[in-house]
Design a protein around this ligand. Structure first.
Ligand SMILES: C[S@@+](CC[C@H](N)C(=O)[O-])C[C@H]1O[C@@H](n2cnc3c(N)ncnc32)[C@H](O)[C@@H]1O
Length: 263
């Protein structure tokens, strides 16, 4: 069963929560003016776009008027229209952005580059539509090759998910390649890093667990050549839940970010 756009939105909102502090920090580095124009490439349902704010002198001002988003999935864009009512949204391919050169002060992406056919071409497009001195940011790209699962029995889920992502056309190791991609796309002053992880022992969040397992189940169904019985998925979920209750569960997918300036 694949997820509905609304279920994807729940997932994207959860992912956006993981990177909220980082986004705030990186946006402070670029000091956008209230008139700034920004574009999110692959904006999905608008989970990130709806949260982009820039700190001004005394308040957090929403940049609603200068906010643009593109995505190739129309059902997601329909939700984005509700979540970011002021934004200019278009259905387009990230490999060919429908904007003139030097149109934006900030061009960003969040969990996008792992999914595209040619990440370098997409980054070249992001650089092209950024004004000279403007910022190009890849805020979150995961690296499943560096995933840590504990207890050990749950490592199987990680291996299956990485294989499934690959079968769906994604690059499970995009994270480690990110800084090199930005440099190759001709961006200047590239800075990169990896998000840390925090866990709260014995604090079980049923909604987050549900959402996680919804995505795992969808991924397992997309796994080529192996059909995993529902009973096995249910057994692993019970193991996951028990480990979380005990406070011993670790699920850490290194998630990289990188940003640089257009010349
Ligand atoms: C994991 S979602 C992330 C959505 C959003 N950035 C967020 O973090 O909430 C990836 C999005 O990229 C879009 N996408 C993938 N390849 C694309 C392409 N070539 N052009 C435009 N959008 C693309 C998908 O439709 C999907 O909405």
């Amino acid at each position: 069963v694949s997820l509905t756009p609304a279920e994807w939105h729940r997932r994207y909102t959860e992912q956006a929560r993981w990177t909220a502090d980082l986004r705030r920090y990186l946006l402070m580095q670029v000091r956008l003016s209230p008139q700034a124009r920004l574009l999110e490439v692959g904006c999905g349902t608008g989970a990130v776009l709806s949260e982009i704010k820039t700190p001004s002198a005394s308040e957090l001002r929403s940049l609603a008027e200068g906010v643009y988003g593109i995505d190739m999935a129309l059902p997601s864009l329909r939700l984005a229209r509700q979540h970011v009512p002021g934004a200019a949204l278009a259905c387009a391919d990230a490999h060919r952005l429908p904007f003139a050169d030097a149109s934006f002060d900030l061009v960003l992406a969040h969990f996008l580059l792992l999914w595209v056919k040619d990440p370098l071409r997409v980054l070249n497009e992001m650089r092209r539509v950024a004004r000279p001195g403007g910022a190009v940011m890849a805020l979150a790209e995961p690296d499943y090759g560096g995933r840590v699962d504990y207890p050990a029995a749950l490592a199987q889920v990680g291996a299956w998910q990485a294989a499934s992502l690959q079968a769906q056309g994604a690059d499970p190791n995009a994270g480690r390649k990110l800084a090199g991609w930005l440099c190759a796309a001709g961006l200047a002053e590239v800075q990169a890093g990896v998000l840390g992880g925090q866990w709260q022992a014995q604090r079980l969040d049923p909604a987050a667990l549900d959402s996680e397992w919804q995505v795992i189940s969808a991924d397992l169904q997309a796994l080529p050549g192996a059909s995993i019985p529902a009973a096995e998925t249910a057994r692993l979920r019970r193991l996951d839940e028990a480990a979380r209750r005990e406070g011993e569960r670790v699920l850490f997918v290194p998630t990289f970010y990188a940003w640089g300036k257009a010349r």
